[in-house]
Ligand binder design. Structure first.
Ligand code: ADP
Length: 489
C-alpha cells in the first residue's frame, strides 16, 4: 500500500512530451509532483536553488549531459537523489552513472518502474540524511566527552585488554611526560622505567586478571620532584561479563599526605607538650593536698601550678589559633589599618606586663595605610614581642619598628637577647621547633608562636623572616604588601 506523496521534481528534459509522461507516471503511483522544468544547463542550475526533492534527468540533451548535471550536483554537495531516465543508455554508461552517485537509471520505454524507483530513492536519501544527523550528533558527543575528560584535572587513561593505552587525557599526557600521540598504542612499560612501573603495574594486571577494581598508593618521579598518587584501576565489563577496557585514574595526593602528616605530627607534639605542664600541675597540687607546708612553700608551689596552667593555656590557644587561621583567611576580614596606631597598641599591652624592659617605638607617623586583619597582625606582633622578652635579659631594649620598602610595609621587632644559632635560622618558623639549649628550655614555650606569625604573614600575601647574631640579638621581620593605589576599599 503506497501513501500519497507531494514532491518537487526537477525534470531535466528537452522534450516536453517526455516530461509529461514522467509526471503522469508518478501520479499513477500516488506521487503528486510539482515540476521544476529545465531544458538547459542554466535552467538546471537555477532550479537546483529551488531545493527539489528529486532530479529526473535525460541522459543526453542538445548541449548538456546528465553526467555533467550530476557532477555539478556533487560539486554543490547537495544530497538530492538523481535518476537518469533515458531513451537508450548502454550498460556501461549506466553503471558509470551509478558509480558517480546517481540513485538509479531507467529507460523511457520502461517508465512503469519510475514511481517505485522515485519512492526508493527518496527513502534512501532520507535514511542517509538521518544517518548524517546521528553521525554528527555522535561526533559532537564524542568531542564533548573528550573535552570534558581533557579538563578533568587528574590523569585519566583507558587501556585495552592487552594493557595498551587507547586514550589519555591532557593531564595524563603530563603524567607520562609525553605528547598524547606518543602515548596511545604503548604500554606503561614503554613509558616508564621498570623500577617505576613496578610500583603500580602489578595492580593494573590484577585488575585485569580478577576483573575487579584495584587501587594503589605510590610515589612517582615527576618533573617537579617526587609526587604521591592514589591510582584506581577499574575494569569496564561488557554485558557478557568479559573485560572491555580498563580505566586508570590517578589522583595526586602529595598535598593531602603532607597535611595528614602535619596533623599527626601536631597531634603527637601537642600531647607531648601538654604532658609536662600537666605532670607539674597534678604533682604539685597532690603534694599540697596531702602535705602540711608553710605559707611560703604554698605560694611557691601554687605559683608553679599557675605558671604551668598558663603555659597549657598558651599552648591550647596557639593550637586553636593556628587552626582558625588556616580556615579563616579571607579578605572580607581586612581593614585599612594605621600602622603606627597598631604598633602602639601592641607595645602598650606588652609594656604593661613587662615593666623590666625598655621598649622603643620606631615608626614614622606618615606611613601609608596597611590593608590587613587587625586581630591577626596584633597577635603576630604580640608573639614577636613576647619572644623578644622571653629570650632577652631584663633591662635590655626591645624595639618595635615599621617603614615602607617599595610596595611593602616592613614591620620588625629587634631585641638584644640570646640570638639564634645560624643553623636554626631556617627552622624557627616551623611548628614545634625550639632551639634546643638547656637554658632556653627553662623559659617555657610551645614552638607554635612563630609558626603563627608566619601563617599570618602569608595570609596577608607577605612573608616573615629573621636575622640574628648569637649572643647579640635578633630582628624578626614581617613584610606585608601595602594596599594598591587606586584599588577599591
Ligand atoms: P616558643 O614558644 O618556643 O617561643 P616560637 O615559635 O615563638 O616558640 O619560637 C621558636 C623558637 O625560636 C624558640 O623556641 C626559640 O628557640 C627561638 N626564638 C624565637 N624568638 C626568639 C628571639 N627573639 N630570640 C632568640 N630566639 C628566639
Amino acid at each position: 500500500m503506497t501513501t500519497n506523496l507531494s514532491i518537487k521534481v526537477l525534470v531535466l528534459e528537452d522534450v516536453p512530451s517526455d516530461s509529461e509522461l514522467m509526471l503522469r507516471e508518478l501520479r499513477c503511483h500516488g506521487i503528486e509532483p510539482t515540476c521544476l522544468p529545465a531544458g538547459t544547463e542554466a535552467e538546471y542550475l537555477a532550479a537546483l536553488d529551488l531545493a527539489p526533492d528529486i532530479i529526473l534527468a535525460d541522459y543526453t540533451l542538445p548541449q548538456y549531459t546528465a553526467l555533467r548535471a550530476l557532477e555539478q550536483l556533487k560539486e554543490r554537495a547537495l544530497n538530492i537523489p538523481f535518476i537518469v531516465v533515458s531513451g537508450s543508455i548502454g550498460e556501461e554508461k549506466a553503471v558509470e552513472m551509478i558509480r558517480l552517485g546517481a540513485a538509479d537509471y531507467l529507460l523511457k520505454d520502461r517508465l512503469a518502474r519510475l514511481g517505485p524507483a522515485v519512492r526508493q530513492a527518496l527513502e534512501k536519501s532520507r535514511l542517509k540524511r538521518e544517518k548524517g544527523h546521528s553521525d554528527a550528533a555522535l561526533r559532537f558527543s564524542e568531542a564533548r566527552f573528550q573535552l570534558a575528560l581533557n579538563n578533568v584535572p587528574h590523569p585519566f587513561v583507558l587501556y585495552d585488554d592487552s594493557l595498551r593505552i587507547i586514550f589519555v587525557n591532557t593531564s595524563g599526557a603530563r603524567f607520562f611526560g609525553q605528547p598524547e600521540n606518543q602515548i596511545v598504542g604503548r604500554r606503561d612499560q614503554d613509558l616508564f622505567p621498570e623500577d617505576v612501573t613496578e610500583r603500580f603495574l602489578p595492580e593494573l594486571q590484577k585488575a585485569r586478571k580478577m576483573r575487579q577494581p584495584r587501587s594503589v598508593e605510590c610515589v612517582l618521579p615527576m618533573p617537579s620532584g617526587e609526587q604521591s598518587f592514589l591510582i584506581h584501576y577499574v575494569p569496564l565489563l561488557t554485558s557478557d561479563g568479559s573485560i572491555g577496557e580498563i580505566l586508570g585514574i590517578a589522583v595526586d595526593i602529595t598535598e593531602w599526605q603532607k597535611m595528614e602528616q602535619l596533623k599527626n605530627d601536631m597531634l603527637s607534639a601537642v600531647s607531648h607538650e601538654m604532658r609536662s605542664p600537666l605532670t607539674a600541675i597534678i604533682g604539685f597540687s597532690e603534694f599540697l593536698l596531702e602535705t602540711e607546708v608553710n605559707r611560703e612553700k604554698q605560694v611557691e608551689y601554687i605559683d608553679i601550678i599557675h605558671q604551668e596552667s598558663e603555659r597549657l593555656q598558651e599552648l591550647i590557644e596557639n593550637v586553636l589559633d593556628l587552626q582558625r587561621l588556616k580556615a579563616s583567611f579571607n579578605n572580607d576580614d581586612f581593614d585599612l589599618l594605621i600602622i603606627q596606631r597598631l604598633l602602639q597598641k601592641v607595645l602598650n599591652r606588652v609594656h604593661a606586663q613587662q615593666k623590666d624592659y625598655s621598649f622603643v617605638l620606631d615608626c614614622p607617623l606618615n606611613l601609608p595605610l596597611l590593608e590587613g586583619n587587625e586581630a591577626h597582625l596584633y597577635r603576630a606582633l604580640k608573639n614577636l614581642l613576647a619572644n623578644a622578652v622571653k629570650y632577652s635579659e631584663r633591662g635590655s631594649t626591645i624595639t618595635l619598628g615599621a617603614r615602607v620598602e617599595e610596595d611593602q610595609a616592613l614591620l620588625w621587632v629587634k631585641d638584644q637577647g640570646v640570638g639564634i644559632p645560624e643553623q636554626a635560622l631556617g627552622q624557627v618558623f616551623d611548628r614545634f621547633f625550639r632551639v634546643d639549649t638547656g637554658n632556653q628550655r627553662k623559659s617555657g614555650g610551645t614552638g607554635l608562636g612563630l609558626a603563627l606569625v608566619k601563617d599570618i604573614a602569608e595570609g596577608h600575601q607577605g612573608r616573615a623572616w629573621v636575622e640574628s647574631t648569637l649572643g647579640k640579638g635578633s630582628t624578626f621581620y614581617l613584610s606585608l604588601p601595602l594596599k594598591q593605589a587606586g584599588s577599591p576599599d
